[in-house]
Ligand binder design. Structure first.
Ligand SMILES: [Zn+2]
Length: 377
């Protein structure tokens, strides 16, 4: 859901991306600060609108910097605990750290979860300090520090709500996990509580809509909806991971990748291969070496009149641009890979050759067959 984004750089080896919604929120916060917050401060009465806009922009950028610090704290502790963090995406009121797997131990998860709100509380404390230290005379710094202190306090409190997948919910999960030694059951309990808070926000939001605070009600409703969805989704993901764990790529990979020479034209590919065999993917080779992969989707993207001139090499996805797996990789990591990359298939490589494919729907069939047979899900 939040995997796309514009990369802005690497911090401590972790790629940081901005989700499109970030720009909207940056504008919204700047606008609220410039037209509502700063003009309402008595001491700032005679400041120009331009000054308020500049202060608003500076404040909202600092706010996002503190959100980034929160996410970096999670990610750095995760890395120290042996997890791979592929990227941090900043969106909306927060960020998401993309982890390649679940934490390895309850202690690990506890530290990882606490690192974010801990950092936010430290920032809040520092901002409260600056606010109180700059009272006489009141300056722009005072106003900025107050707003950042209040927002970071709010952010920490919100994140510490004990509903999964919020940080507080992760803390709760780590404690149940530590007591029960059962990660799946702990996730179920913590995410049920997360959904409970989600519903609470939704009902609270609906109630507020009928009062003078209707706009706060809308926010609360939206937040509750996000939380309910995230809690339900994270549990499903966790349950799926449990089904796949211990199974290997070789169990579900299809070996329907036909080999075509790199000089084959798209027209030849369609007439001599796709229409004849009905296969969905083709491994493009040159002197016995796999160069890339062509799927029916790639063909569809080529204009009909270019079919005789374009070769498979022109339209293929090069092998080094694709995430690849090996036949003995664990299926749970492949599931994460497919979800994280938002792709439908991933090639299976052995000795630089494409020996098969794992399709998203093969994974679905894997789950479906097991549930039909009444096997443990
Ligand atoms: Zn967090």
């Amino acid at each position: 859901m939040f995997s796309g984004g514009i990369p802005i750089g690497r911090f401590f080896g972790i790629e940081v991306k901005l989700h499109w919604s970030w720009f909207f929120i940056l504008f919204l916060i700047t606008w609220l600060l410039a037209t509502g917050y700063f003009p309402s401060i008595e001491e700032y009465e005679d400041w120009s609108a331009a000054t308020c806009w500049v202060l608003g922009l500076v404040t909202s950028i600092l706010f996002f910097a503190s959100v980034l610090a929160h996410e970096l704290a999670h990610s750095l502790v995760a890395k120290a605990g042996g997890l791979k963090v592929s990227a941090i995406t900043l969106f909306f009121f927060g960020g998401v750290s993309q982890l390649s797997d679940e934490p390895k131990s309850p202690g690990n998860e506890f530290l990882m979860a606490m690192a974010g709100p801990g950092t936010t509380l430290v920032i809040a404390g520092a901002c409260w300090g600056i606010f109180f230290a700059t009272q006489h005379p009141v300056s722009p710094v005072t106003g900025i520090a107050f707003w950042l202190a209040a927002m970071n306090t709010l952010l920490a409190v919100f994140n510490l709500i004990p509903g999964f997948p919020l940080d507080g919910g992760r803390v709760l999960r780590s404690i149940i996990w530590w007591r029960s030694h059962n990660l799946l059951r702990s996730t179920r309990i913590a995410s049920i509580i997360g959904r409970g808070f989600g519903y609470l926000f939704i009902f609270g939001g609906i109630a507020l809509i009928f009062t003078d605070y209707w706009s706060n009600g809308l926010w609360l409703l939206f937040l509750g909806w996000l939380l309910e969805n995230a809690a339900a989704g994270s549990y499903r993901q966790m349950a799926l991971r449990d089904i796949f764990r211990g199974h290997k790529v070789s169990e579900v990979m299809t070996q329907d990748c036909e080999v075509v020479p790199s000089t084959t034209t798209v027209e030849q590919l369609v007439n001599d291969h796709i229409l004849v065999s009905g296969r969905r993917c083709y491994s493009v080779v040159d002197y016995g070496r796999a160069l890339g992969l062509v799927t029916a989707n790639d063909v569809r993207a080529v204009e009909r009149k270019l079919w005789p001139v374009k070769t498979v090499r022109d339209i293929m996805t090069p092998i080094d641009k694709m995430r690849q797996v090996r036949p003995d990789d664990d299926l749970s990591t492949v599931m994460y890979l497919l979800m994280e990359q938002g792709v439908n298939q991933v090639p299976v490589l052995q000795d630089n050759n494409i020996i098969g494919m794992v399709w998203r729907d093969s994974l679905l069939v894997f789950v479906h067959v097991r549930s039909e047979l009444g096997m443990k899900l």
